[in-house]
Ligand binder design. Structure first.
Ligand SMILES: Cc1ncc(COP(=O)(O)O)c(C=O)c1O
Length: 387
């Protein structure tokens, strides 16, 4: 039997395809430059350094960051979150978080519970991801030092209203870390308008860049102890890391080929505008939800409202989610992700642990016809006996 044309709907894991300029920029750096940035005074090394600076500048523009130096490059959101949590939290600190965080937040916090006796508390929330802000404010008043919250859940798809949470935290003297892994590049973010202290992002999802790229925004004057130490290309006589960002946090030769790709992807997003991405993905998500509602015995999770991103988790009664995703791939060429999506608490909240759910996630390059294809395939799967 002929294989159907592949249809990628797993953009919540990593976006695909990338804009052509991303592939071109990576090849161009690797073939035509190849030098280490910040490490030499010959023209090519300085050109590579310039590329890193221009990428910081583009990201700063995209996220409303006042100075490019406040953007620290990492290899993904996980590294950024580890850097933030382990660099900020001290012995016995209290942290407030939500029940739908990714393991990128939950696991470092678990380690800090054991190593530094950090106390982790959760804001109660509904199965649609709405946070109980009255309870959150009461907890914040009890002396929380950090509020760590994702901007959007990678399971429920809900977008956290950051304004209220950030204002409440700051009023009580708590700092705020936002995990923007699922929203950078697909939802407008302005760290000046909503003054978070730290914002972690990844380069390979909504930012449309390559894997192995990401970053952490740090508010001016907000200092962390370093997660790693090493060469930074300057001040080499000092046995200590430099005081100032970004060098302080960027020990070691960076992923410059990845950054070359990220430069092209962020420039691409700046050209088309994040609002256009958001509007396109909202249209596709609306079609997805309408389609899912037309399929008997299919339950989807998360809000129906506009306050969600372009990923929808679902289950079909009587069908194992892994088998549904395997069948979608095998029989229809459609790629989606099944399981717990590295966010077991979110699935406990939904009542879908331990098997989880199937998650379809759209990207900027998907079209309404892709959604129709997925809905058609799921309608057929739901009408037949499980595998
Ligand atoms: C909400 C959320 N946080 C953090 C991460 C981790 O991102 P990365 O794997 O790029 O470090 C993900 C990735 O799936 C995510 O969805």
């Amino acid at each position: 039997m002929e294989r159907p044309t592949p249809l990628y709907l797993d953009n919540g894991a990593t976006s695909y395809p990338k804009p052509d300029a991303v592939y071109d920029s990576m090849v161009s750096y690797m073939r035509g430059n190849g030098a280490s940035p910040g490490r030499g005074n010959y023209a090519r090394a300085m050109e590579a350094d310039r590329l890193v600076y221009e990428t910081r500048k583009a990201i700063a523009e995209l996220l409303g960051v006042p100075r490019p130096g406040q953007v620290i490059f990492t290899c993904n959101a996980t590294e950024s979150i580890n850097m933030a949590l382990k660099g900020y939290l001290r012995q016995g600190d209290r942290v407030l978080t939500t029940g739908y965080e990714h393991n990128a937040v939950m696991r470092p916090l678990k380690k800090l519970e054991a190593r530094r006796q950090v106390q982790v508390e959760r804001i109660p929330c509904t199965a649609e991801g709405a946070l109980d802000m009255t309870a959150a404010k009461a907890k914040l008043r009890e002396g929380v030092r950090l509020l760590a919250v994702s901007h959007a859940s990678n399971v429920i798809g809900c977008v956290t209203p950051l304004d209220e949470a950030v204002a409440a935290a700051h009023e009580c003297g708590a700092a705020v870390l936002v995990d923007a892994a699922q929203t950078a590049g697909v939802c407008p973010i302005d760290v000046t308008a909503v003054p978070v202290d730290m914002l972690a992002f990844t380069g390979h999802k909504g930012l449309l860049g390559p894997t192995g790229t990401g970053g952490l925004y740090l508010r001016k004057g907000f200092e962390l102890s370093t997660l790693k130490e090493g060469g930074t290309g300057g001040m080499s006589l000092s046995p200590f890391p430099p005081d100032d960002p970004p060098d302080r946090y960027e020990a070691g030769t960076m992923n410059i080929s990845g950054i070359a790709g990220l430069h092209a992807s962020v420039r691409y997003l700046l050209d088309i505008g994040v609002d256009a991405v958001r509007a396109h993905e909202a249209e596709l998500t609306g079609l997805l939800l309408d389609g899912f509602e037309s399929i008997p015995r299919l339950t989807y999770y998360g809000p129906r409202s506009a306050g969600r991103i372009g990923l929808v988790s679902f289950n079909i009664e009587g069908h194992d989610p892994h088998k549904v995703s395997m069948r979608l791939d095998r029989d229809y060429g459609i790629m989606v992700r099944s399981g717990l999506h590295c966010a077991p608490e979110a699935h406990r909240l939904l009542g879908t642990a331990p098997t989880g759910a199937v998650r379809a996630s759209v990207g900027y390059f998907n079209q309404p016809s892709d959604i129709a294809r997925l809905v058609g395939a799921l309608g057929e799967i739901a009408s037949r006996p499980p595998d």
